[in-house]
Write a protein that binds this ligand. Structure first.
Ligand code: FAD
Ligand code: SF4
Length: 474
């Protein structure tokens, strides 16, 4: 260990821009065994591991780095999977620069340990070697839990509850398992086989999935509540934030998630009418994406891969203040995306169909009460960007769940997210719990996993008390 003084940081090789922009495969190649060992050996094994503190799952990072450096990969996998349900997914898509790696103490002067890439390597190798064990329940219990939402929060909870022995059914309105892992995040960040492999692992472990099951739509929420001893709501946030202004109703202005779901479905082999008609296909088009988060970055890079003529991203703040991962911004820049920083749309141009966006330059002002700098338009700074497809990626708000579920007693916060008791994860409805984005607002996969695992532990406690049995004693 402590090799950081003379071994430089090396991330897994990135595929060349020309090659990777022509397909939807992941852009990073996997470490080979020597690189994984060498990069792990850079860890300083410091006394207070800030990487672990800043990992939402409190992963025992220095331990699995040391085991990897020593070539004890199966043990490294045991340690990595003890705290994380999907380490290979977090290793690929966590914004490590803001979490574990951003807080590595060798950062100053030496670049951080490549924690995410090693985490991915360990678990991919575990799958290849057959070390990933099936989910085994200590004992089958006669109690059941219904989980609404097959995203990372719901899936992490499902795994933990099966291990406790509960009968678990996960309901999702989509036809595939994974939530944003399958239909939001594109394959160049997370190949779909990785998600499908985990779906099989959960199914083999006894988790039942009911797909095309829109709870609060086709299926009343009360039916799910009556059927199970406890219910977990893990429905994520899906109401797109809208943009007002002249021309905002023109044809060719599309919501980001419609665009990404279409592209992901098409990649999974589905026939999608809006892709076939060209409405949600960027091929040959001048594309403008509005927004600066992960969703916007995924849209610009999807448009590049679909063969857009040009791709421009308009963001009202500057690069330093973007909410998206800086690593993904750098990847987008390499792939030819044009960034118009400090620029916000004023109007959409065109008669029936959009032909361009009129934007105005912005400047950053004084910080407000939250500490974030205000953004103000610069008078007389308008400019036009040509566009045949405009994608709105301004973020998401929660849907109105109390109305959809016909449960006015399901209380929400001022932002519309579900209110839960911080200790028990229970909503205002007894026996109904909530986790993931529907509680936090749009967040990260790693937080959804954390919440799902914690909620499962609380559901177990609740069922033990309400059904009068003791898990530990049996
Ligand atoms: C485009 C995009 C890119 C992102 N990139 C990253 C990234 O790189 N790294 C990262 O860490 N995070 C990223 N995120 C954020 C991350 O995907 C989310 O924080 C995470 O998926 C939240 O997990 P969840 O389980 O709470 O919800 P979701 O993943 O949204 O899953 C919720 C599930 O509930 C289902 N559902 C909703 N309502 C109902 C209903 N009424 N009945 C039945 N089912 C229902 C939905 O169909 C969905 O499958 C990204 C988000 C987006 C939109
Ligand atoms: S889960 Fe995310 S934050 Fe935690 S160690 Fe892995 S990559 Fe880093």
């Amino acid at each position: 260990m402590l090799q950081f003084t003379h071994v430089p940081q090396k991330t897994p090789e990135k595929r060349a821009v020309g090659e990777r922009a022509a397909d939807f495969d992941e852009i990073y190649r996997k470490f080979d065994v020597q690189s994984a060992k060498l990069q792990s050996s850079r860890c300083s094994q410091c006394g207070i591991p800030f990487c672990s503190i800043h990992c939402p799952l409190s992963n025992n990072i220095p331990d699995w780095l040391k085991l990897t450096a020593e070539g004890r990969l199966e043990e490294a996998y045991e340690v990595a999977s003890a705290t994380n349900t999907f380490p290979e997914i977090c290793g690929r898509i966590c914004p490590q620069d803001r979490l574990c790696e951003g807080n590595c103490v060798i950062e100053k002067g030496f670049e951080s340990v490549t924690i995410g890439a090693v985490e991915r390597y360990i678990t991919d190798t575990a799958f290849e070697q057959g070390w990933v064990k099936p989910i085994i329940s200590a004992k089958e219990l006669p109690y059941s839990v219904g989980i609404i939402g097959a995203g990372p929060a719901g899936l992490a909870a499902a795994e933990a509850l099966r291990r406790f022995g509960y009968q678990v059914t996960v309901y999702d309105r989509h036809d595939r398992v994974g939530g944003l892992l399958i239909y939001g995040i594109p394959g160049f960040k997370l190949e779909k086989d990785i998600v499908i492999r985990r779906t099989k692992w959960l199914t083999d472990g006894g988790v039942r999935f009911e797909l095309n099951a829109d709870i609060g739509g086709k299926i009343p929420f009360s039916e799910i509540r009556d059927k199970h001893d406890a219910v977990l709501v893990a429905t994520g946030v899906y109401k797109p934030r809208e943009i007002a202004g002249p021309g905002s109703g023109l044809k060719g202005i599309m919501p980001a998630l419609d665009y990404l779901i279409t592209s992901n479905r098409q990649g999974l082999g589905d026939k999608v009418p809006h892709f076939e008609s060209g409405l949600l296909d960027a091929k040959g088009k001048k594309v403008v994406v509005i927004g600066g988060g992960d969703t916007a970055m995924d849209c610009v890079r999807t448009a590049v891969r679909q063969g857009a003529k040009s791709v421009t991203c308009l963001y009202r703040r500057d690069k330093a203040n973007m909410p998206g991962s800086l690593r993904e911004v750098a990847n987008a820049e390499d792939e030819g995306v044009i960034f118009e920083w400090l620029a916000a749309p004023e109007a959409f141009l065109g008669d029936e169909t959009v032909t361009g966006v009129r934007a105005t330059r912005m400047h950053l002002g004084l910080p407000d009460a939250s500490g974030r700098q205000s953004v103000d338009a610069i008078a007389g700074s308008s400019f036009n960007v040509e566009a045949d497809l405009v994608i709105k990626a301004l973020g998401f708000d929660p849907e109105d769940l109390p109305a959809a579920f016909g449960e006015p007693a399901l209380t929400v916060t001022g932002w519309g997210t579900l209110k839960i008791d911080a200790k028990s994860f229970m909503t205002a409805l007894p026996g109904v719990f909530a986790a993931g984005d529907i509680v936090r607002g749009a967040s990260l996969v790693v937080w959804a996993i954390r919440d799902g695992r914690d909620a499962a532990a609380k559901i177990d406690e609740f069922i033990q008390v309400s059904r009068g049995y003791a898990q530990a004693a049996e």
